[in-house]
Design a protein. Sequence first.
Lengths: 240, 442
Amino acid sequence: MNALEVHDLWVRVGDKLILRGVDLALEPGQVHALMGPNGSGKSTLALALAGHPEYQVVKGRAFLEGRDLLALPPYERARAGLFVAFQYPPEVEGVKLREFLRLACGERGKGFCEFQRIFPQALARLKMEDFRDRELNVGFSGGEKKRAELLQLYMLRPKVALLDEPDSGVDVDAMRLIAEVIKEMAAAGTAVLIITHYPRLLEYVPPEKVFVLLDGRIVDHDGPELAWRIGEAGFEVVRK
Amino acid sequence: MKKHGARLSKDFVEQLSWEKNEPAWMREHRLHCLEIFEKLPMPRFGPDLSELDLGDLTYYARPVEPVQSWDELPEELRRTFQALGLPEAEQKALAGLGAQVDSEEVYRSLLEELRAKGVIFTSMEKAVREFPWIQDYFMKIVPPEDNKFAALHGAVWSGGTFIWIPEGVEVEIPLQAYYRMQTEGVGQFEHTLIIAERGSSVHYIEGCSAPRYSRMSLHSGMVEIYAKEEARVRFTTIQNWSKNVYNLNNKRAWAYAGASVDWVSGSLGSKVTMLYPTTVLLGKGARTENLSFTFAQEGMWLDTGARAIHRAPDTTSRLVSRSVVQGRAKSVFRGTVYVAPGARGAKAHVECSTLLLSPEARTETIPILNAENDEVELGHEATVGRVSQEQLFYLMSRGLDESQALSLIVNGFVSPILKEIPLEYAVELRRLLEMSFERAIA
């Protein structure tokens, strides 16, 4: 069974129709890429699937391991195993990263003992030991925020991970680290979708499948070579 | 004394004093206060009190007779106190406990070892009858001329606690009082007087609640604390009055040389609260901390504050407030610091932060810092934050439902205050917060 299936998804934000019939399937344990120019609707797809109230689904369906995702409130989608790494994670003053993750892990069925065990491991894996008692994303640099998203992914072990530009604002060392963590998550069974407009991160994590989103529709999908073609010649290669 | 329908008049006040078998000085004090009450205007600042009809209150009610053990209480009240965890707390965490329903105390206990050390923990009425010297202390910190509700309190006060800690005695575990308003339309006017002699220490905790009625009720308690040289007093109040209660209090302390007085106030309920715990730092090196947490919800106006009056050299004060406002509600924090000309080397810090959970929520902070000499250190910080939809959605996208997400944000915000509250009460506060969010979201 596919981990995530999206059928003919139409989404609008305010009066503006952004997604116009997206079809997508993600397989467990595989890395997928969603590419597309700015404004093509990549983030909209991730946020609509996560249940952001401003992203209204006009039409279409989505299933997480066969479960009707769109019928669930955002937190139930997360509890069912959906994870979205935000392109711009908000800063949440007063909330300790640790406290937040403890609660979130609890909702994913991880008890306190398990949390106590895996939290230090995850901090070490993402090289974020110093962030243990920090407030959630508060004062983090762009790159640190991306690593913190990956830290959450690593802790929560979702079935489906939609990673919205995990590579933007990240230096080469952090990029390698992020790539390794993504591979590790896929190897453990998570269906990963990397959303990006550069093929750079994909060189470190070659995707098994590449989707291209243009003007709210998936216009092409293929193996990793599609990403390299886009890297060389831009999105012109898919504009037919 | 009629149990219900007692209205305010000279006759009523005289009868109240007679029923309580008070010495003449107290009867005269009451009548004097009544005269002042009639002359003074309503407060000219703060919340709208126009719906509070002082002519329509029941000024005395005694729905329950005092008992020696919890089992003797009427079934309903016993269950209420049990649900509030009072008998359990008495066993596990308290050195003494008093419980008052409407105008009179219904239960009181004190650990034998404290009694043996000379600690007095008794009803205010009993203390007035037994200790004539109390007249040198009673309403000397807050005189009736101070404000209309102080005068009203002085005229009709009933119930409350007298605590005397002998020199050098340190009471390690807290003493507690619980106030319940049970009768519809009642006024509750308990008087708490704490005298901590030289080098002694005590922590006193007050809890308050009431069932909800459509008629307005008034709670107008008064607290006076004398912390003698090097004494330490901490006074914690957690009020969760129902939304038909006007909660207008006077709380004030005198701190002598080297003494410290801490006020910790959690205001979660009431329709209107006016509460400004004040410490007058009378002696060299006295210090005070004033920690306030308010949670204003739909329809509430919580007008709180803290005052530190530095009258002696090398005195320090720290006033910290955290307010959370949800729905169409308002919180106001008035942080006042006054430093007298002779109070050289005084240090004061005022810090107030507000978190608004809805677009309609309103807040105001009104700091007044006034130093009459140059050798002082004054600091002031104020912040207002809003919980954004983006923050909430972000937390929800990780599996937290809305009330979990809000609680997490609010808990983080108020943690500087919560960590000062005894653990059991902090847990209870968190639970109350979570319940409020669940209600508000539903």
